[in-house]
Structures are given as C-alpha cells and as structure tokens.
Design a protein around this ligand. Structure first.
Ligand SMILES: [Ca+2]
Length: 98
C-alpha cells in the first residue's frame, strides 16, 4: 500500500469522523484487518505513537509514527508516496531544461 492508502485506511477506521484515532477505533480497525490481540496491539501502538499522551493519534507526526509502527510490528508494507513524487518532479525538471 502507499502512504496515501494508509491514510485512507485511517480515515476509514475513524468511526466518528473526528479526524483522530482513539485506541478503541484502532483496536476495531485491527480486528477488521484480521489481526488477533487487537487490544494489546492497539495499546502498544498508542504507547509508542501517542507522544503527547492526548489519548488520540491526531497529529501528522503521530500518523507518521503509526505508519512506522505498522511496518515494524504489523507487517504492513507501505511505500512512501512522497519520495516517488519527488522523483517524478526531478525527471520533469530535467526534461524541461533539455
Ligand atoms: Ca496524540
């Protein structure tokens, strides 16, 4: 999945659409994705990722941290979409100069 698709997944598991992910929403999302030990996984992710201890994953840096956590601990394979876009920009810059 791409970073954009991961963010799309987060929007999907944000049940009450308040643009932040609670531990409860994360646990439900993990269960839906087929993971066992959902409460343990969600608790551990919150402990790792919710840096300001607000009880929600609600900032861009926390979303990025969750993405790292998902790759490291849940086996998610996420390609960083932004880096690919940068490559495209570089190529079109070169094309323009030639
Ligand atoms: Ca937070």
């Amino acid at each position: 999945m791409t970073e954009g698709e991961f963010r799309e997944w987060l929007r999907h598991i944000d049940r009450n659409k308040d643009s932040r992910i609670s531990m409860k929403e994360l646990a439900a999302g993990l269960k839906e994705a087929g993971f066992g030990f959902k409460w343990w996984r969600a608790w551990r992710a919150m402990k790792n990722v919710d840096k300001d201890r607000s009880g929600y994953i609600d900032t861009d840096s926390e979303i990025r941290a969750l993405m790292e956590h998902a790759m490291k601990h849940w086996g998610f394979v996420i390609s960083k979409a932004k880096e690919l876009q940068d490559v495209d920009v570089l190529i079109s810059d070169v094309g323009g100069k030639m």
